[in-house]
Every structure is written in C-alpha cells, then in structure tokens.
Unconditional design. Structure first.
Length: 329
C-alpha cells in the first residue's frame, strides 16, 4: 500500500484590528503628504497657463499695434461732453473696448465678426444700464484667453476677465479729488468717493492711441496689462456687475472703466470678494490674483513679470506710468 502523505495546511490568519488601524493610519499619512504636492503641481500649472494667456494677449495687442499704428484705447467714448473735460467724461457714446478689438489677433476671429466695432454701442455694467446694441454679445460670450485658471470665478456663468488695462499709476490724492486727468490719475465723478478712479498716464486708457514710441520710460519698464481678481460679478452685486467686454460706464455720478485699474495700491491689497460682495469701490484701485504672494503683469515689451505684494509702492506706481522715469527693479 502506498504511503499516504498528509499535508498539513496551516489555517489562514486574518488581520487583527490593531493591524488594520496601523495600515489605515499609514495610508492617511501618505495621502496627507501627497495632497499638498498635488495642489502645488496644480497651482504651478494654473500659473503657467495664466502666464501663457497673458503673453498671447500681449502679442495680440502688438499685432494690433503693427496693423493700426497704435495700441487700442482701453475703451472709447465719443463725443466727449463738456461736463467733465475729455476724455474722462460722464457722457458720450460708448464704443468697443480693447478686449473686443484684440479678438481677431488672439484666435477669436469668429467671435469678433459678431460685434459691430464701427458704430455699435457697448454697455459698461449690468443690469441697470443695458441699452447698448452689442449688450447681448458682450454678456453671453466667454473668452477663456482672458481668464486665469487659478481664479475659481472663471466660469461660463461669469464671463469675466482677469486681465485689466493699466490705465496709469500714481498715489491717490487727498479729497477733494481731481476731476480731470492731466498725465495723472483722477476721479471724474460728481461725488468724492473712493470709487471710479481712472488715469491717462498709462499705455491703455480711455480714448488713448498710444504708440510704442510714446513710451518714454522704455517698453520693459512700463505695465501694459495687470492681473485682476476684482472684476465685479453678478453674484456679488447684481446692479453693477461687469463682463470681459465691458466698456465705459457712466451715470449722473460720473464715469469709470470696469475692465481697467490704476497702479495705486499694492497687489492683492484688498480682501473684497467679488463673488459675494459689492467691490466696485476697489475694482479700479487694485490689481490682484489667486497666486500666492503677488500678481502677474505684462510689460509693454510683452514680457510677463510676477510682481510681489510687498513691492515698494513708489516703484509699483511708477511702473503704471509711461513717462515718469520709473524702471523695473
């Protein structure tokens, strides 16, 4: 009889509760270490995309300059009425702003053809003032090249822009505020509030036609566009919100351009949340971003510079003006 060999198979043993808890704790630690790294990678990718968008828009502005002989105005108002000296008037007909005019030079030819840039009238803010012939196209189209993916407000609902024209630079003077810009910043309103500031010493301002040869401080020392997180959104203030294509805004209290700002205060100097609050008082007074530590600016030469929040304020203001002798440190 053949010998039968008995194979003893040990009984299988499961994990104890303590072992399971240890494994779960190790996994939790690994996830905790991994998440910040993933978030940093995403933030870096968003910042790179944002920088590339700004470069593309700046290139489009330069191609426009080569084609037309000057940069476009931040926005155009015609004719300038006598209540406030031209071009910072509370009256007049509102024509196409620079984001509309640059569309064919940033790959948006089809959208550009929908706008009447010759005789069309454009809205500045919604919903109180909606009479412009181009209002629906301004309001219902989205241009992702004008958005920074780091901004959670960059959505189809908002159709906003994160890239503002730098209207000028300088310190805010004491009240009573100057109503007329003369190579400076000014407050063309009938009330002395800290809203509705503008300037005419930047490259892109109301009714400007700036040529490269006009930039006396050098094209590498002057801001062209700046990053902004302060465009007023409908969810924050339904009566006066803006879009990427907003033009000059005016009413009985004065005028301003909601897609431009002056270099007067340090980047990210306001904590106002445009998605939940009325921020029109800071919209034209601050630049800012959702990148840690500062915001990006396009210089006139097309280079993109990250300007830190703690930049010396006098230098920052000088970079907004094109003829004051300031230089990039």
């Amino acid at each position: 009889m053949a010998n039968k060999v008995k194979t003893v198979i040990g009984a299988r043993r499961g994990f104890t509760l303590i072992e399971l808890l240890v494994v779960i704790a190790i996994i939790a630690v690994l996830i905790g270490l991994l998440l910040p790294a993933v978030q940093k990678v995403r933030a870096a990718a968003a910042r790179t995309k944002c920088q590339n968008n700004m470069k593309q828009v700046a290139l489009g502005l330069h191609v426009y300059h080569d084609s037309k002989g000057s940069f476009p105005a931040a926005t155009t108002v015609i004719p300038a009425l006598p209540e406030l000296p031209a071009p910072h008037t509370k009256g007049g007909t509102r024509r196409a702003p620079w984001p509309v005019l640059v569309l064919p030079y940033i790959g948006q030819e089809s959208l550009y053809t929908q706008f009447n840039t010759a005789t069309g009238t454009y809205n500045g803010t919604w919903t109180l003032f909606t009479g412009g012939s181009e209002r629906d196209k301004q309001y219902n189209n989205r241009v992702t090249q004008l958005e920074c993916p780091a901004d959670p407000n960059s959505t189809e609902v908002n159709n906003q822009s994160n890239y503002f024209a730098v209207l000028g630079g300088g310190a805010i003077p004491a009240a009573p505020y100057p109503k007329t810009c003369d190579n400076s910043i000014c407050h063309p309103g009938n009330i002395d509030s800290r809203q509705r500031w503008t300037g005419d010493n930047g490259v892109l301002h109301i009714n400007s036609r700036t040529r490269l040869t006009d930039v006396n401080d050098g094209t590498s020392n002057v801001f062209l566009l700046g990053e902004s997180k302060y465009m007023q959104l409908r969810s924050g203030y339904a009566s006066y919100h803006a879009t990427w294509a907003s033009a000059h805004y005016n009413d009985g209290n004065g005028s301003y351009y909601p897609c431009g700002a002056i270099a007067a205060n340090a980047p990210n100097g306001s904590s106002c949340n445009v998605a939940t609050s009325n921020c029109i008082g800071v919209q034209t007074l601050y630049f800012g971003s959702h990148h840690p530590g500062g915001a990006m600016f396009v210089m006139v030469d097309g280079s993109v510079q990250f300007i830190q929040n703690n930049i010396q304020l006098s230098i920052f203001r000088s970079l907004g003006a094109m003829r004051d002798g300031g230089t990039l440190p």
